[in-house]
Design a protein around this ligand. Sequence first.
Ligand SMILES: [Fe+2]
Ligand SMILES: [Fe+2]
Length: 193
Amino acid sequence: MLGLKLATDPRWVNIVESNIEEILTDHAWCEQKAATNAITIITLNSEHTDLVTELLELAKEELEHFQMVHDIIKKRGYTLGRERKDSYVNELYKFMNKGGNRVQSMVDRLLFSAMIEARSCERFKLLSKRIKDPELSKFYHELMISEAGHYTTFLKFARQYGQDVDVDKRWKELIEFEAKVIQNYGKSETIHG
Ligand SMILES: [Fe+2]
Ligand SMILES: [Fe+2]
């Protein structure tokens, strides 16, 4: 799905179902990080009006997702837990070339963002298909569609602004890199865990 090399083991959903409160807290913070990341990209690339326009919309959607998860947390009598670290995303972050020029850094950050959207989308799809809770199944189906749109947006801007960079080559490298990282996940009740 979305170019990913490795599919998540469906048994990951059983782990998730054993601790719904934890997956919801982790998920809420994933949405917060997604909103923050979009704002960072805007901050670093403010001269690209089309990018700023679309990423402002995207950041708003991520905040809405955060709110939707928080609403479910409240409805179920839970409390949003403290911020969770995302070790998958932290490992993926290492792929980014920090010493390159501005265009290279921009392309890498957009591809990094597209990859997180792709994996989140894959996880949401699996949840929507397999989770027994009907409310969450419907919710994850809706989010899967939204995150797929974000994936497309990030990849589009990487290609549009990365004229001097071999974006497709870099994307293929990231797909390989992500496949190695994700091998060690799928064992805990977090969105990327
Ligand atoms: Fe989201
Ligand atoms: Fe997203």
